[in-house]
Design a protein around this ligand. Structure first.
Ligand code: UD1
Ligand code: UDP
Length: 350
């Protein structure tokens, strides 16, 4: 079968790596990169490190307001689909690239498979929540990571085409962990010792685009009492420059890092503080305590297991958690066994 896969943002490169490799064993994959993320350290490095083939179509659509971005993607993806005439379109996650891909395909009556379907924060102020709800309703194959996702879909009337395959980020992570330990020099380069630092990522619009929330998070990192390594997302870098916000002296801001360096940093951190979706799961799989600086999470099982603490953007709660949060000894199996890409491909074939 000819399958068009549509990706464009950092977490989608991580998800597409193993799926693309598994798909190409038996099918013709045409890879479309929308260009939503375009800096080398947000895009090219992931293609290199995850062995993702060069995109067949690079649309070059990044930046600007989200409506305009999504609209331009919609038109450009439609042109690609008209030219390629695939039997199916594959989309990942919850970005504008996901929404545009699913919408373009469904308008041409091409069936859509959604990887990481069924996740919900129940917060419609998040752009990602709108993107994933719409993408799910446009898809005929919903490839979900958990029973919670099955229930979320059922609550919206979606019961056909739902398959629990697990979370494909586990495939990428488990493979990268071994390679990162062997190859990454990031700890030496930054002068870090194992468990001697906290790792932080912040990019969620609800945090960066609200000066009170961003200010509280930055202040809390200053209260952490230890070295805080912070690969700064371009959205966050941009807002901080505009508002004239600075990092506290114990915070080590660095440019976004490649996947292997990131996995090494995650694995060596004493704790991870984040508002990322992917990073919450990676922390869990690596057995590193995670403090999530959001008011809710889609990955509720990690919270129920006691390994992920939701603290919002509250300065005191973040600072307290950064010093004292300690998960229980037990860490039950969640989401992924590292064999998810193969199940995605056989489900698509079935
Ligand atoms: C997007 C996704 C979000 C995902 C995140 C992963 C949407 C609505 N949001 O958010 O779900 O968690 O990616 O990181 O799709 N920029 C650069 N260089 C780049 C990429 C972006 O400078 O390589 C700048 C853009 O020009 C823009 C800002 O960063 O000004 C935000 O980028 P955008 O793609 O709009 O959203 P993200 O915050 O990255
Ligand atoms: N990541 C990375 N380098 C960084 C920050 C994140 O490689 O500097 C990886 C991270 O390990 C995970 C993915 O990017 O695999 C998550 O992407 P992000 O946090 O941007 O998006 P989200 O998961 O929140 O949609």
């Amino acid at each position: 079968m000819k399958i068009v896969s549509i990706i464009g943002a950092r977490p989608q490169f991580v998800k597409a790596g193993p799926v693309s490799a598994a798909l190409r064993q038996r099918h013709a994959e045409v890879l479309v990169h929308t260009g939503q993320h375009y800096d080398d350290n947000m895009s090219a490095v992931f293609f290199d490190e995850l062995g993702i083939p060069a995109p067949d179509h690079y649309l070059g659509i990044g930046g600007g307001h989200h409506g305009a971005m999504t609209g331009r993607m919609l038109g450009a993806i439609e042109q690609v689909l008209l030219a390629e005439q695939p039997g199916r379109v594959l989309v990942y996650g919850d970005t504008n690239s996901t929404l545009a891909g699913a919408l373009a395909a469904s308008k041409l009556h091409i069936p859509v498979a959604h990887v990481e379907a069924g996740l919900r924060s129940f917060n419609r102020a998040m752009p990602e929540e709108i993107n994933r709800v719409v993408a799910d309703h446009l898809s005929d194959l919903l490839l979900v990571p958990s029973e919670t996702a099955v229930r979320n879909l059922a609550a919206e009337g979606i019961t056909r085409g739902v398959h629990v395959v697990g979370d494909v980020m586990s495939d990428s992570l488990l493979a990268a962990d071994v390679r990162a330990r062997a190859r990454s020099t990031v700890l030496d380069r930054l002068g870090l010792a194992e468990r001697g630092f906290l790792l932080v990522t912040v990019h969620r619009a609800e945090n960066t685009d609200d000066p009170l929330r961003l200010g509280a998070i930055l202040a809390a990192l200053g209260d952490a009492g230890t070295t805080v390594v912070f690969p700064v997302h371009p959205r966050t870098r941009g807002v901080m420059a505009k508002l004239g916000l600075a990092f506290a002296p114990n915070v080590m801001p660095i440019d976004p890092v490649g996947y292997l360096d990131m996995v090494r940093l995650e694995g060596a951190a004493r704790m991870i503080l984040t508002d990322s979706g992917g990073v919450q799961k990676e922390a869990y799989w690596l057995g590193v305590p995670c403090v999530t600086m959001r008011d809710e999470t889609e990955w509720v099982e990690t919270v129920e297991a006691g390994w992920n603490l939701l603290v919002g953007a509250n300065r005191e709660r973040i600072a307290h958690a950064s010093r004292h949060f300690a998960p229980p000894a037990a860490r039950p199996f969640l989401y992924g066994d590292g064999q998810v890409a193969g199940r995605i491909v056989t489900t698509i074939e079935g």
